[in-house]
Design a protein around this ligand. Structure first.
Ligand code: FAD
Length: 344
């Protein structure tokens, strides 16, 4: 019989992030599918009671906690010690954690300490005939594999956005403290500050409902024989500001910057979607001025509803890659969309 441990850490405000609730949903479903496997929750943070209360109604048999000022900030030595202690206290055989940067950094090391194994980029968990298996993608999201292992403990880092988030009642949870005494050598690293772009400069928003993709067409000569890059930049920026959509791009457009051409100033290679870019998981996507070639469209694999605006009725989107293709001038369409959204 498996002992499942959900391993989560608190955010700066003491709450649990959406990715933690997604892993909780996956852990709870797995425990149910295994017909009575034990489910425990292990929480790490400066103060953990609020986080435990947030998920008090999840049906976990136990809430375990490693708490204290030295566990407030991410640090390999203290996070690994906390995770190791929680796994031992729960006698965990399967450890499920959100693939945050904090857990991704330490859990392979913790698995090695406990003579276990770790899987990263898990996108699905299954229980069949009392056996656990997980799914993950390989080769730039082209092949999906189903994996199982006999070795325990088995650590599973669940990709954020791949599971529905747990929605349940808050309450009052009783947390069993797990003591971890850190030697001075485990406290040498300190986080001295955080640097993040301003809200408007931060165009990659994984939690946004919409992915807005820009293609090279925005920088190409238009019907009047001229390019209109400043106008394109304003339309795109206004749309992002009004809708808080996440900004993606084709490779061609982000590459143009490196070639010294006039481009959309707030785009970088981090915005690139596709085979050599990212594979985001937004519920909806809108492509503009992009041809929808396979190496780009493969990055749309997990976008549930896809629409595109292109002048070319024969573009890749028209060949089964989009649910709806508007054969239209994206400058005109998006200017009108901005007007309508602003009026709301
Ligand atoms: C190994 C390899 C890996 C690759 N990896 C990636 C990747 O990860 N991501 C990626 O994106 N690409 C990738 N590519 C490149 C990819 O094949 C395409 O070259 C690229 O996606 C094309 O970008 P685009 O559609 O923006 O530009 P273009 O092909 O130039 O298309 C521009 C489109 O804009 C339209 N247009 C122009 N003006 C307007 C207007 N006013 N209104 C509406 N539409 C308009 C045109 O009709 C055209 O369809 C890869 C290629 C290779 C070989």
């Amino acid at each position: 019989m498996e002992n499942i441990l959900l391993l989560v850490h608190t955010e700066a405000d003491g709450s649990l992030a959406k990715s933690a609730l997604e892993s909780l949903q996956a852990a709870q479903a797995l425990a149910g599918g295994l017909g009575g496997a034990g489910l425990s929750v292990g929480i790490v943070g400066e103060k953990i009671q609020d986080a435990a209360n947030q998920i008090a109604g999840c049906g976990a048999a136990k809430f375990l906690g490693v708490e204290g000022a030295e566990f407030a900030q991410p640090r390999y030595a203290s996070d690994a010690a906390a995770a190791e202690a929680l796994c031992k206290a729960a006698q965990a055989t399967v450890v499920i954690a959100p693939a945050t940067s904090r857990w991704t950094r330490v859990l392979a090391g913790v698995a090695a300490r406990l003579n276990g194994r770790v899987e990263t980029h898990v996108t699905g968990l299954r229980a069949e005939n009392c056996a656990v298996s997980v799914t993950r993608w390989y080769y730039r999201q082209r092949m999906e594999a189903v994996l199982s292992r006999a070795q325990r403990p088995w650590f599973l880092l669940v990709d954020p956005g791949s599971q529905p988030a747990w929605e349940g009642a808050a309450g009052t949870a009783t947390v069993e403290p797990v003591a971890v005494s850190l030697p001075e050598s485990s406290k040498r690293t300190t986080v001295t500050g955080l640097r993040a772009p301003s809200a408007d400069a931060q165009t990659i928003r994984p939690d946004a409902d919409l992915l807005f993709v820009t293609g090279a067409g925005w920088t190409k000569k238009q019907a009047d024989g001229q390019t209109h890059v400043p106008e394109a930049e304003k339309i795109i920026f206004d749309f992002l500001k009004l809708t808080r959509a996440s900004l993606g791009s084709s490779k061609s457009l982000v590459d143009l910057g490196g070639e010294g051409q006039a481009v959309i100033s707030f785009l970088t290679h981090l915005n690139q979607i596709g085979q050599t870019g990212s594979t985001p998981r937004h519920p909806k996507g809108l492509s503009t001025c992009c041809h929808g070639e396979e190496p780009h469209a493969v990055g749309w694999r997990f976008i549930k509803e896809r629409r595109a605006i292109s002048l070319d009725a024969n573009c890749g989107w028209a060949r089964g890659k989009a649910d709806v293709l508007y054969v239209a001038d994206a400058f005109a369409v998006m200017a009108k969309v901005n007007e309508l959204v602003a009026a709301k």
